[in-house]
Design a protein around this ligand. Sequence first.
Ligand SMILES: Nc1nc2c(ncn2[C@@H]2O[C@H](COP(=O)(O)OP(=O)(O)OP(=O)(O)O)[C@@H](O)[C@H]2O)c(=O)[nH]1
Ligand SMILES: [Mg+2]
Length: 199
Amino acid sequence: MGIIFSSKIRQICSPYDEPSARVIIVGLDSAGKTTLVRRFKNIVDLQLDTHASYIEHIVTEPTFVYEIETVYPRLSPLALNLWDLGGEEKTRELWRFYLTGIQGVVFVIDCHDGQRIQLARKELLDLSKKLDGFYSIPIVIAANKQDLPQALRKEELLAQLSLGKTRTEQWKVFEMSAHTGGGVMEMFSYLSQVIHRKS
Ligand SMILES: Nc1nc2c(ncn2[C@@H]2O[C@H](COP(=O)(O)OP(=O)(O)OP(=O)(O)O)[C@@H](O)[C@H]2O)c(=O)[nH]1
Ligand SMILES: [Mg+2]
């Protein structure tokens, strides 16, 4: 009861009186976090079919510390208050200061950057340990850049991450391309539903 109550309290009201959930978007630099957040907002705002042949090109700069975007998906029980945290090595040390009050995590991996999968794994497991004290916060993995020919597919990525049985319930991997928008809505819809069920 206490847990349910406190998680309800964490929800803040959006301008549309919709409850919203705070989610952090993390991952190594250049994984595609900012592109992903902007693509999601772009799809929702324009009510785009993600398979539309025309899709706006998104240009980003490396994120200095963080950027915040709130997205109000149609038919979703929750608005998502997205904290896009910078992924440069020095900035990664600051992630721990943004964990209080979060209800979900999106960990973005550049599947075309095979050289840094193990570094991404280390950061993912470090973050997961820091979240152990919080009550089952879902972590979804965005297997990004699937539009590139040699990108690791979900099965290969999972094999390299070898996450084993840790947090079995919470790990969930979505193949996607922030570039084309493929897979983006599916991941955020899943996350909203999981957060909503837990609140
Ligand atoms: N091909 C391809 N390129 C992508 C995709 N997502 C992002 N990019 C490119 O990857 C580069 C880095 O993207 P950002 O979104 O700025 O990466 P970030 O994770 O926010 O990086 P930091 O802010 O430095 O932590 C940019 O050139 C993007 O255009 C994708 O799905 N496919
Ligand atoms: Mg960024």
